[in-house]
Design a protein around this ligand. Sequence first.
Ligand code: UDP
Length: 151
Amino acid sequence: MERTLVIVKPDAVQRGLIGEVIARIERTGLKLVALKLSKIDRETAHTHYQEHVNKPFFQGLVNFITSGPVVLAVFEGPNAVSIVRKTMGATNPVDSVPGSIRGDLAISLGRNVIHGSDSPESAEREISIFFSPDEILSYERAIDNWILERD
Ligand code: UDP
């Protein structure tokens, strides 16, 4: 079963959008398997965003993601990475369609409310940065037969 990392970014926490963002992903049917409120330190931010280290926006991005509390979550389910990326919308809110989290809730590229892993490989790497294995729960939901096509 695929997993993906979601970060409700500091702007969304300050704006009181934690519940809204998590609820939109929960409603897809993906299963929430880990969740915590945390503050990302600069070293961890560098590790998480290592692919952007040479980009002009890198320092601003690190300043922003370390600027206040975030909510870290792991969602699990078939195609979890793609489902969350679709629910998030495009990186730049100018291009995110209405109905997506960024399309509805953001207007600035550098204040775009949510992070979601961009591939299953990134998801595994990113989840291991923020969660130990014992923080990720394995459980059944009574409703799963109505969400998952198992036969
Ligand atoms: N970002 C930015 N300026 C840019 C490009 C990206 O501030 O020119 C920020 C933006 O908040 C984005 C994050 O850097 O969410 C990571 O960029 P990425 O291309 O990985 O987008 P994402 O996977 O978050 O959609």
